[in-house]
Ligand binder design. Structure first.
Ligand code: ATP
Length: 370
C-alpha cells in the first residue's frame, strides 16, 4: 500500500529548521500537493520521503507498513530501495538516447526481456501521448514533450509513489495548463499516489486532492483545495491562496441575536449562528476579516445595506473585471463578471456575502467557520 506517513519529522540545516515537527499522512491514491513560498520546506520534505535527505535525529517515515526511517530504531532505507519515482524541475534526459531508450533505461538495468520492455515502454508512451515520438532525440522535442518523457521514464518503473518537484516550472503558461490536465488524467488512470511540490497556488488548487500548506517548515493547513480556499485555517493560508489576493480588512465583532455582527468600517454583515469567544468582556472584539474579491456585491446605484465607495481603477480581464474600490478607510479589490461600464472615480455601492466572510483572531487563526 502506498500510504506515506511522516511522524514528528524535523530537518535542520545548522540552526535553521527547514522542516519543523511535521506530522503528515498522505493517503494511498491521493494527489497531495506540498504548497508554500520559497524556502518553506517543501523540497526538503519531498527529499526526506525519497531518502535523499535524512531527518534530524527524530521522527519516523513509513510507506504503508514498511518503515523507511526511524530515528529511534536507527533505521534508514536508501533511496533505490524505496521504489519511489522522482521527477525534478530539470528533466535531465540522456541527450544521446532516443525517447524510447530514455524511457527503457531503467527497465534495461532491471534486465527485462526485450518483448516485455517494448510492451511497457509503448504502453506508457501512449498514456502520455508521446507514442509517435519514440524514435526522436530529446533535442527534437518541445519542453512539454521532454517533460512527458521524463515522467514516462519514471512511471514505466511502476513506482508505488510518484514524487514531483515543480516539474512544470520550466514550461510556458499554455503548456503548463495542458500538462496540468494531463497529469490529472494520468493520476486518474494510474491511481498512483502522487506527491507534488509547487509554490504555485493555482497549480495546487487545480490538481490536488489534498493540499498541505507549509510556511517556515511548519504545516499550516492540510485539507482538500475547496476547503483550503473557502475556509483558510489562518491568515497566512488565506493570503497565500487565491488570485487576486484576499482582502484583509480590520473589523470589529459583537454578539447579536442571530449570530455575530461584524463591522468592517460601516460595512456590516452577520455570521449566522456564530458565538463570540467566552470571557472577552463587553467591548467589541477587534478582528481581521478576509474577503475574497469575488465575495463582494457591487451595485451602480445606492441600495439598502450597501456602503458607498469610489472606483479607483478598472482592470478588464476578458471574462471578468478587477476593480479597485476606495471605501472610507480601505482600498479593496473586487471581481465582477459583467461589464458595469465603470470609470475611474465613479461611485459604487458595496456589500459582502456574509456566508463567505472569514474572521481571524489577533493570532491570525480562523475564528468562525460559516
Ligand atoms: P523552493 O520553492 O525555493 O525550492 P522550498 O520550500 O522547497 O523552497 P527547501 O528547499 O525545502 O524549501 O528549503 C527550506 C529551507 O532549508 C530554506 O531556508 C533553505 O535555504 C534551507 N536549505 C535547504 N537545503 C539546504 C542545504 N542543503 N543546506 C543548507 N540549507 C538548506
Amino acid at each position: 500500500m502506498a500510504r506515506i506517513e511522516l511522524k514528528n519529522v524535523t530537518k535542520k540545516f545548522g540552526s535553521v529548521a527547514a522542516v519543523d515537527n511535521l506530522d503528515l499522512v498522505i493517503e494511498d491514491g491521493s494527489f497531495t500537493t506540498l504548497l508554500g513560498p520559497s524556502g518553506c520546506g517543501k523540497t526538503t520534505t519531498l527529499r526526506m520521503i525519497a531518502g535523499l535527505e535524512t531527518p534530524s535525529d527524530q521522527g519516523e517515515i513509513w510507506l504503508g507498513d514498511r518503515c523507511l526511517y526511524s530515528a529511534k530504531e536507527g533505521h534508514y532505507v536508501p533511496p533505490a530501495q524505496r521504489k519511489l519515482g522522482l521527477v525534478f524541475q530539470s528533466y535531465a534526459l540522456w541527450p544521446h538516447l532516443t525517447v524510447f531508450d530514455n524511457i527503457a533505461f531503467g527497465l534495461e538495468i532491471a534486465k527485462l526481456s526485450r518483448k516485455e520492455l517494448t510492451k511497457k515502454v509503448e504502453h506508457i508512451a501512449s498514456v502520455l501521448f508521446i507514442g509517435e515520438l519514440l524514435q526522436r532525440f530529446p533535442n527534437e522535442l518541445s519542453g512539454g514533450q521532454q517533460q512527458r518523457v521524463a515522467i514516462a521514464r519514471v512511471l514505466v518503473m511502476e513506482p508505488a509513489v510518484l514524487l514531483l518537484d515543480e516539474p512544470l516550472s520550466n514550461l510556458d503558461a499554455k503548456l503548463r495548463m495542458d500538462m496540468r490536465a494531463e497529469l490529472k488524467r494520468l493520476h486518474a488512470e494510474t491511481q498512483s499516489t502522487i506527491i507534488y511540490v509547487t509554490h504555485d497556488q493555482l497549480e495546487a488548487l487545480t490538481m490536488s486532492s489534498q493540499i498541505a500548506v507549509m510556511n517556515h517548515g511548519k504545516l499550516q493547513q492540510y485539507q482538500d483545495p475547496m476547503t483550503v480556499y473557502h475556509h483558510p485555517a489562518n491568515i497566512f493560508t488565506g493570503d497565500f491562496i487565491g488570485n487576486p489576493k484576499i482582502n484583509l480588512l480590520p473589523a470589529e465583532a459583537i454578539q447579536a441575536d442571530g449570530g455575530v455582527q461584524v463591522s468592517i468600517g460601516s460595512l456590516t454583515t452577520e455570521i449566522a449562528g456564530a458565538r463570540m469567544p467566552e470571557n472577552i468582556g463587553t467591548e467589541p472584539l477587534k478582528i481581521t476579516t478576509g474577503v475574497r474579491s469575488e465575495d463582494f456585491r457591487v451595485a451602480t446605484e445606492a441600495s439598502p445595506n450597501m456602503v458607498r465607495g469610489t472606483v479607483y481603477s478598472v482592470l478588464p480581464a476578458g471574462s471578468q473585471f478587477y476593480l479597485k474600490v476606495k471605501l472610507e478607510e480601505e482600498m479593496i479589490t473586487v471581481t465582477v463578471y459583467e461589464d458595469l461600464h465603470l470609470n475611474i472615480d465613479d461611485p459604487v455601492w458595496i456589500s459582502v456575502r456574509s456566508d463567505r466572510v472569514k474572521c481571524f483572531d489577533e493570532t491570525g487563526l480562523l475564528i468562525w467557520r460559516n
